[in-house]
Design a protein around this ligand. Structure first.
Ligand SMILES: C[S@@+](CC[C@H](N)C(=O)[O-])C[C@H]1O[C@@H](n2cnc3c(N)ncnc32)[C@H](O)[C@@H]1O
Length: 314
């Protein structure tokens, strides 16, 4: 179905359009909205440093944290909640175009194995509805797109338009026609209706979210009964001597690599600090239980550098 008033971006013209209204959006999209160009409820197109554009998620200042007026951490700094959201946004605008190569360099490619492990734990099946939150450049969404097949549907969602632009271009180039791209804050997941998804994932995203409890509650809300949540995130290494070596690596090598490859050492200093400030395995499991998740468990990977947490909505 065509819409004469619509102004498609160049990317849109290269890909098939769909007049299907996403079943999981809390309000129907305008008819004829091409898949991959769907706009969240607060609309407006934003040009970004990475080129192209995705719908801008216009939150009132301070409303995106759920913690207005409170202090929180940005790495080791104590900042106000809205300052944190702003600083996190700056980090990911800055690193978006170099994000994938930096991931490979910093982890020696091991992040691919961690992600593969999480995908295997997801139990994703053909025909399912999947939401990947803070999905960035789309590593998980790309695999899910293949796994759910043409009858299934994947939403790649992120708060940051630079990251989402990279992900959208990449998945469109890979021929993923069953993926939508939606700007959304993990703390509210406002564009999504209750009980919509069989599987919700967040990979290396929760650490950056200010109000993690609010985010876990929102994840619970959008999951269907019987659905599952998977959280892949840096965690606490279980072996102390290994932990020291890991600290040395992250606080010296990462900022240097960041400077050399992305011309941005500060963002990679934040990465190292934010990992140390993130709740450990047991704390995060408790937070999931508080949000209502059942049968929660976690698996340490690479000696606890990373953990996959899983919980169910019954
Ligand atoms: C380290 S990247 C992870 C990207 C991808 N999931 C992966 O595993 O490679 C973290 C992502 O979290 C996103 N993010 C940060 N705060 C967010 C929030 N409150 N809601 C949604 N996404 C957020 C960032 O924009 C960024 O794309």
């Amino acid at each position: 179905m065509s819409n004469e008033n619509q102004q498609p971006t160049p990317e849109v013209e290269q890909k098939p359009s769909s007049d299907k209204v996403s079943p999981f959006l809390s309000s129907p999209l305008p008819q004829g909205t091409p898949q991959g160009q769907q706009q969240s409820l607060q609309q407006g197109l934003a040009s970004t440093p990475t080129g192209g554009s995705v719908p801008k998620y216009n939150l009132p200042r301070g409303a995106n944290t759920g913690n207005v007026g409170e202090t929180t951490h940005f790495g080791y700094q104590t900042v106000s909640s809205d300052e944190k959201a702003q600083k996190v946004a700056e980090v990911f605008h800055s690193v978006a175009s170099k994000y994938d190569i930096m991931n490979d360099l910093m982890s020696f490619g091991i992040h691919r194995l961690w992600k593969r492990f999480a995908i295997n734990m997801s139990g994703v099946r053909r025909g399912q509805q999947v939401l990947d939150i803070a999905g960035g450049t789309g590593d998980l969404a790309k695999v899910f797109s293949r796994e759910v097949g043409p009858q299934g549907h994947v939403v790649l969602s992120d708060i940051n338009e630079s990251m989402l632009n990279v992900g959208r271009d990449r998945l469109i180039d890979a021929g993923c026609t069953n993926v939508d791209f939606v700007l959304a804050n993990a703390e509210t997941l406002e564009p999504f209706a209750d009980n919509s998804f069989d599987l919700v994932t967040i990979s290396f995203g929760l650490r950056n979210v200010t109000d993690k409890d609010a985010a876990l509650q929102a994840m619970y809300r959008v999951l269907k009964p019987g659905g599952r949540l998977l959280i892949l995130e840096f965690s606490k290494p279980v072996f102390e001597p290994f932990s020291k070596l890991y600290d040395l690596y992250s606080f010296t090598a990462l900022p240097i690599m960041g400077k050399l490859v992305a011309n941005d050492s500060e963002s990679y200093k934040y990465l190292a600090e934010s990992i140390r400030m993130h709740p450990d395995q047991r704390t995060l499991k408790g937070m999931m239980e508080n949000a209502g998740f059942q049968s929660c468990d976690y698996h340490n990977l690479t000696g606890g550098i990373v953990a996959v947490h899983r919980g169910f909505k019954l």
